[in-house]
Design a protein around this ligand. Structure first.
Ligand code: PEP
Ligand code: MG
Length: 315
């Protein structure tokens, strides 16, 4: 029993019927890598790169970035490592990207929009990533934050390919990207759903504002419906659809997300063990049934309750 407990957290993510669901880590700096590996992360689903840029007066050089990315990639030989390019905005102002104040930073020049205004930053970052990948065994993938259009998708994927990066995808964080996921995914290698921002924009509720926190709930059927659009597009086009928002760290919601078409889940490493255990209690048919139950509910609380009741019947 003791031995089983000690080894179980390192088993790969899978449903009860053996369907693999890779469990990946969300990381905000290279210092968190060892802990993620210890907790059984099968790779990295979201490496946030803001730490390299925040607080700096000038952008880090290609060389400086390459050193950090090489440290990261070296820890995951043969594994997928998804790096998100800089997600700057008026809430995280960077003089060398965009320092114009905005009344609504969440709706402003952030993510891919800001990078396009400072394209040299994006080119340098992609070049540093490509150079780091060339010297390691990890499978580097890059993705862009705050994609809202097919045109932005094409722009980012073309620039990544130009820099020699093989796999380039997009984050689905806006309702727009989710609603046209079939066209967005046709232009990208994969999608990764950022449920924190997708929930914020779907519910029109600032994720940093306590007074509207109740609306910031990824169980809301409006959010789940958008996720199912992306999942269906991924299935139709044969493209992976990951989840990298906090929703993936909720053990039951994780199963629902797989039922909606998610092919991998990325989360804070501390959540890996509970999500791994939860996935093993349900088969793919169960996951789809749980997703249908949650989708049919009228609000977030009802969706959660519906999924909980059905889960209690299944296991
Ligand atoms: C998200 O929006 O869900 C996401 C993963 O990105 P961040 O939390 O860094 O905005
Ligand atoms: Mg986000």
């Amino acid at each position: 029993e003791r031995a089983a407990e000690a080894t179980a957290p390192l088993a790969p993510g899978a449903l009860a019927d053996g369907t693999p669901v890779p469990l990946l880590a969300n990381l905000g700096s290279v210092d968190d890598v060892a802990e993620a590996v210890r907790l059984g992360a099968e790779g990295v689903g979201l490496f946030r790169t803001e730490f390299l840029f925040l607080g700096a007066d000038v952008a880090p050089t290609v060389r400086e970035q390459q050193v950090e990315y090489t440290r990261l990639l070296t820890a995951f030989p043969g594994r997928k490592v998804v790096v998100r390019v800089l997600d700057a905005g008026a809430d995280k102002p960077l003089a060398f990207v965009n320092d114009a104040p905005e009344a609504n930073p969440a709706l402003g020049l952030r993510g891919i929009r800001a990078l396009r205004q400072a394209e040299v930053i994006l080119r340098d970052q992609l070049a540093a990533l490509a150079a780091a990948a060339a010297s390691t065994e990890a499978e580097l993938q890059v993705m862009a934050p705050m994609i809202a259009t097919v045109e932005e998708t094409r722009y980012f994927v073309a620039l990544a390919r130009e820099q020699g990066i093989v796999v380039a995808g997009v984050m689905v964080e806006t309702p727009s990207a989710a609603l046209i996921a079939d066209r967005v995914l046709a232009a990208a290698d994969f999608a990764s759903i950022g449920t924190n921002d997708l929930t914020q924009y779907t519910m029109a509720a600032d994720r940093l504002l306590g007074t509207v926190a109740a609306l910031q709930d990824p169980w809301h059927p409006a959010v789940l419906r958008l996720i199912s659009e992306v999942g269906a597009a991924g299935v139709a086009l044969g493209r992976p659809v990951g989840i990298c928002g906090e929703a993936a760290a909720d053990p039951l919601l994780a199963v629902v997300l797989v039922g909606l078409g998610a092919t991998s889940l990325s989360m804070s490493p501390s959540a890996l063990a509970d999500v791994r255990a939860s996935l093993r209690r349900f088969g793919a048919d169960d996951a789809r049934a749980l997703a249908r139950a949650a989708l049919a509910a009228e609000d977030a609380a009802a969706a959660r309750t519906a999924a909980q009741s059905l889960a209690a019947e299944i296991v």
